[in-house]
Ligand binder design. Structure first.
Ligand code: DX5
Ligand code: ZN
Length: 223
């Protein structure tokens, strides 16, 4: 299992995405946070903007939808060519049915849960998704501190992925930086979103490399 580092462009310069992308070319995927000022108290951009990003991105897009009307909007991001589309379980009437529609439109389907949402409802359906995103902060803003109690869900999900030999990526998002990524990897996450930790670094490519090395160290120390 090799760690993936997905920089979140929530911390990038919103009027210079093309040049910002060029500073993170060694990323595994590029994490794109869509917010509707409804599901979360913040607003970013929607499908027209992400479709345009899709045309210029050097790496596959990892779209994270923090919106209410996910059953209406998610498939559009898959149709726009985004590699992965993750929606919140809290927003969908039927997460498994939505995942099937996203896959049918050609993207990987991810399901996300907020820090206070239990994993129980999802665990038995894990095989229906390509990615589980365990939020490690309350969604909405970059630069927050990781909520320690969320990591139990990461270990529980990893145990289930291993016991059922599932091909599901286990993503964490929020408060990940060089001080904690190795430890978070030891809980079993394999896909790491990092916003401020990457974009505030003087040498972003070097920081991505550093985070990846630390995460791989954590994965190799798992027991
Ligand atoms: C928060 C977003 C994150 C955010 C993470 O709701 O989903 O992707 O950009 O930012 P950091 O890494 O700064 O916590
Ligand atoms: Zn995100």
């Amino acid at each position: 299992m090799a760690a993936r580092i997905n920089p979140s462009i929530l911390s990038a310069d919103f009027v210079n995405f093309q040049s910002e992308f060029s500073t993170i070319q060694n990323a595994d995927l590029i994490h794109v946070d869509v917010m509707d000022n409804n599901f979360v108290p913040n607003l970013t951009f929607g499908l027209p903007m992400v479709s345009r990003m899709q045309q210029i991105t050097p790496k596959p897009l990892d779209v994270h939808l923090m919106i209410n009307e996910v059953d209406t909007w998610a498939v559009g991001y898959a149709e726009a060519g985004c590699f992965s589309v993750t929606f919140h379980a809290e927003s969908s009437q039927n997460p498994v049915a939505l995942a099937k529609r996203i896959r049918a439109a050609g993207a990987r389907a991810g399901v996300a849960i907020k820090p206070n949402t239990s994993l129980d409802g999802i665990l038995d359906e894990l095989a229906e998704f390509d990615q589980l995103l365990v939020m490690t902060v309350e969604p909405g803003f970059g630069g927050q501190s990781l909520i320690e109690s969320t990591l139990e869900k990461v270990s529980a999900a990893r145990r289930r992925i291993e016991s059922e030999q599932l091909d599901v990526w286990l993503q964490v998002d929020g408060g990940i930086d060089e001080s904690n990524i190795q430890r978070v990897a030891e809980f079993g996450a394999d896909t790491f979103v990092a916003g401020s930790a990457v974009f505030k670094a003087d040498d972003r490519a070097k920081q991505i490399e550093n985070l990846r090395n630390l995460a791989n160290l954590g994965l190799s120390h798992r027991h």
